[in-house]
Design a protein around this ligand. Structure first.
Ligand code: ZN
Length: 430
């Protein structure tokens, strides 16, 4: 048995702090014990340390150990168009995104981008993500292979789009379905990988393609459904015009059996009361993408209403519409969106959204999201002195909440000292 012991301040959440005020665990002198890549225990050094025998201890000074971050929605082929200005979503897609995604027909392009992407995720402290590749089967294969090589828990699936997209970025309904089925057979449940059936959004799929996507979900009980929903008013109007028999945007996904308790919808910014109620009843999750929503001027996510309807929410970067791969930066922007919605997000909730909340959204909370015994040991060592300003602010902090809030407001990839995947060091800042 391989055992590793990490001593530092430790923080994780046992549940959603907006439901359970006692869910947060902050241990100033803590220890995380890892055995064979899994959490054996986490707690106070004073309680656990004396019975650990002579196993060497890795001491992390000025550091906080937290669970690895979960990015609930991100596009790996868009790294070359991050930081490209656009007036709004549809302009962004046509001007920047589609031309960039066409290059992923070339497997070598996909392999290089997938390797770069995962290295960047780990450098930013993200150990799990739900990821869009492109319409090309090879772009999903490239990411699965790269994630498997790094032993990362990751979900992706070939994008389905058989209309309203340029040449070189369309599949057909039947080819999209058979390619998805082949990818599920090859990758789903292999190691730490999950397949996600991924229609780009309702407007880029025919009825037949959405029908076949629904059939894939029914035939493969463990796979996720990953798509976009209600991001932008022009997009919503387009979907309504394409599906005149559906009462609203969510109704399109419901009609084809795609609004399930395994569905993760990016955005959900402009949902009606009826759509919110049905989201709660369907058990679907939303990926909250604040940097993207602000960058594209899409709108302000209403987390209070999500909570009211019991909708699971995970935090997401949505790069390249989003402007940072850092979940710490994304917490910062999520807080500001909350302020504009008159819902002040506490630091425990911000960290919850980026760890256990994201894990729940992706149906992975049995495996990751906190340091409950038996979970996979994906964790970060955050540097409490990463910058002079962060060090100064944290020195003045009086409570765990103040320390976490300073990390969320002032932190970014510079604060990630080390990233561990299943107990093994996967990134170390030089
Ligand atoms: Zn997106």
């Amino acid at each position: 048995m391989a055992r590793h012991i990490h001593r530092a301040a430790v923080f994780h959440l046992l549940d959603d702090p907006s439901h359970d005020p006692d869910a947060a665990r902050y241990i100033p002198d803590g220890v995380l014990v890892v055995e064979d890549g899994h959490v054996a225990e986490a707690g106070a050094w004073s309680a656990i340390g004396p019975r650990l025998g002579d196993t060497p201890v890795t001491r992390h000074r000025d550091a906080l150990i937290v669970p690895g971050f979960v990015d609930a929605h991100v596009h790996y082929p868009q790294l070359d168009v991050i930081a490209s200005p656009a007036a709004h979503l549809l302009d962004w897609l046509n001007t920047h995104t589609f031309p960039s995604e066409i290059r992923f027909a070339d497997r070598a392009v996909a392999d290089e981008a997938a390797a770069f992407f995962l290295t960047e995720l780990l450098r930013h402290g993200t150990t799990t993500a739900l990821v869009y590749p492109t319409v090309h089967k090879g772009s999903a294969e490239a990411l699965f292979a790269a994630a498997q090589a790094r032993n990362m828990r990751l979900a992706t699936g070939k994008v389905l789009m058989d209309r309203n997209a340029p040449d070189g970025l369309r599949d057909t309904a039947d080819e999209g379905s058979s390619d998805s089925a082949a990818l599920i057979a090859k990758w789903h449940g292999k190691g730490r990988l999950t397949y996600a059936v991924t229609p780009r959004f309702a407007a880029t799929s025919t009825d037949r393609q959405l029908e076949l996507a629904g059939a894939l979900l029914r035939e493969h009980p463990g796979v996720l459904l990953h798509t976009h929903l209600s991001e932008n008013h022009e997009e919503i109007a387009l979907v309504r015009s394409l599906f005149p028999d559906c009462a609203d945007y969510l109704g399109v996904y419901e009609k084809f059996g795609l609004a399930t308790d395994r569905s993760v919808f990016a955005h959900g910014l402009h949902l009606s009361d009826s759509e919110w109620t049905r989201m709660g009843a369907n058990g679907s999750a939303i990926a909250f993408c604040p940097t993207s929503n602000l960058f594209l001027g899409s709108g302000l996510f209403d987390i209070a209403t999500a909570h009211k309807h019991g909708v699971t929410v995970g935090l997401a970067t949505d790069v390249g519409g989003g402007t940072s791969l850092s979940l710490l930066q994304t917490m910062n922007e999520a807080f500001k969106v909350g302020q504009l919605r008159r819902r002040m997000l506490d630091p425990f909730t911000l960290f919850y959204l980026a760890t256990l909340g994201g894990a729940k959204a992706l149906k992975m909370d049995a495996h990751i999201g906190n340091f409950a015994a038996g979970k996979e040991a994906d964790f970060l060592v955050l540097d409490l002195a990463a910058t002079p300003l962060l060090a100064r602010r944290i020195a003045a902090a009086r409570t765990p909440g103040e320390i976490l809030f300073a990390l969320a407001m002032l932190g970014d990839d510079r604060a990630v000292k080390a990233t561990y995947v299943a107990g093994a060091l996967a990134h170390s800042r030089v």
